[in-house]
Ligand binder design. Structure first.
Ligand code: ZN
Length: 139
């Protein structure tokens, strides 16, 4: 069995950003040379997510609005976590909803997606360097 590891680094311009990373993961799969197996992609930070869904911009705006309704950034005093001196209590909750990782089957050297599936990095406490792990195992 072969295994391949790669980190993707991000520094988003805004506190919250949604980035389609499908191409980067496909690139990692190409570099791995693996044709049959599994591809794990996970955020390496507890205030960011990796999820799979449509890349349609309206949907991404809907996610952002929905998450902000569920866990508004402000007032930052509403989160006990922020008593530590941080201001990212909302970002931890948003990350929990959108998830930590995705696993994609690798078939015949390609990511074996369903219709419209795209991999996204969702940042909830950005403007600093953060990373995503890609781990691919198989033959
Ligand atoms: Zn925190």
């Amino acid at each position: 069995m072969k295994s391949f590891r790669k980190e993707l680094w991000f520094q988003t311009p805004h506190r919250r950003d949604y980035i389609n990373i499908t191409h980067e993961v496909e690139q990692a799969l190409k570099e791995s040379g693996i044709r049959e197996g599994l591809c794990l992609v996970n955020a390496m930070h507890i205030t960011a997510s990796v999820y799979i869904n449509d890349a349609e911009p309206g949907l991404i705006a809907d996610y952002d609005e929905w998450l902000e309704q569920l866990a508004p950034h402000e007032p930052i005093t509403r989160y006990r976590h922020n008593n530590t001196g941080e201001d990212n209590g909302d970002a931890h909750l948003k990350r929990q909803i959108m998830g930590r990782e995705v696993v994609i089957a690798v078939t015949n050297g390609k990511l074996d997606f369903g219709p419209w599936e795209q991999i996204h990095y969702a940042e909830f406490d950005g403007r600093r360097k953060k990373r995503v792990l890609v781990k691919i195992i198989g033959e």
